[in-house]
Write a protein that binds this ligand. Structure first.
Ligand SMILES: [Zn+2]
Length: 218
């Protein structure tokens, strides 16, 4: 009888912990402080194609390159915030390593500086690379993951970042400790995004953007 009780308690605890994983406490409205930082660093300004009230700060746990569990904030559109919680839960569960996660205003909203730091980020009020239209990042509906290991590769096969040169060749090389961060079609991490209806720049024709995942519009 005592044993059954123990099993019942175990199941209740399991249920509660599952509810916590999917509860919304990891999704927060943009605080006054965060809004101030975003504006000060030119990450949010008049003319951005999304209302700041429609953005959310999503707190995610990730597995670091140093094999330590870490936490970071991704600023995303409210419509994709629960997707982001689930996707990053799954990435954490498979131990997909991430160098670091910080909002782009930590890099004065410079996409180049964020990439140089191999930083994973989402919202950025900017135009698409090489285009005049808004990037999906400007709506908070795109995420760039481990951008050094997963570079934007121009049609001519080049990258703008010298530390990405090694990663122009898209292969897994188990001798490198950052190898697991490399995203190749068929990888579990890529499949996780696809499962939630996110497209991937690694599948584009011409220029390829291996770091770039974006919510597909229905
Ligand atoms: Zn991107």
């Amino acid at each position: 009888m005592l044993h059954l009780k123990k099993i019942a308690i175990y199941h209740i605890l399991l249920l509660i912990s599952t509810l916590f994983i999917y509860a919304d406490e990891s999704i927060n409205e943009i605080s006054i402080e965060l809004k101030g930082e975003m504006i000060k660093n030119n990450n949010y300004r008049a003319g951005c194609p999304v209302k700041i009230e429609d953005l959310r700060a999503v707190s995610v746990q990730y597995y670091g390159f140093d094999k330590k569990n870490k936490n970071g904030i991704l600023v995303v559109h409210k419509d994709v915030s629960s997707d982001v919680v689930r996707i990053f839960d799954e990435l954490f569960a498979i131990r997909y390593p991430i160098k670091q996660i910080a909002p782009i205003h930590h890099f004065h909203s410079s996409d180049f500086a964020s990439i140089e730091a191999d930083n994973t980020s989402a919202f950025n009020c900017r135009k698409a690379t090489g285009e005049n239209s808004w990037s999906k990042h400007a709506y908070g509906k795109a995420i760039d993951i481990n951008p050094i290991e997963n570079p934007y590769i121009f049609r001519n096969g080049n990258t703008s970042h010298k530390n990405s040169v090694f990663f122009l060749k898209r292969v897994h090389d188990k001798n490198r400790k950052d190898d697991q961060a490399v995203l190749i079609n068929g990888d579990e991490a890529v499949k996780i995004f696809a499962k939630y209806g996110w497209g991937w720049g690694g599948l584009w024709n011409g220029a390829k953007d291996y770091q770039h995942f974006y919510k597909l519009e229905k």
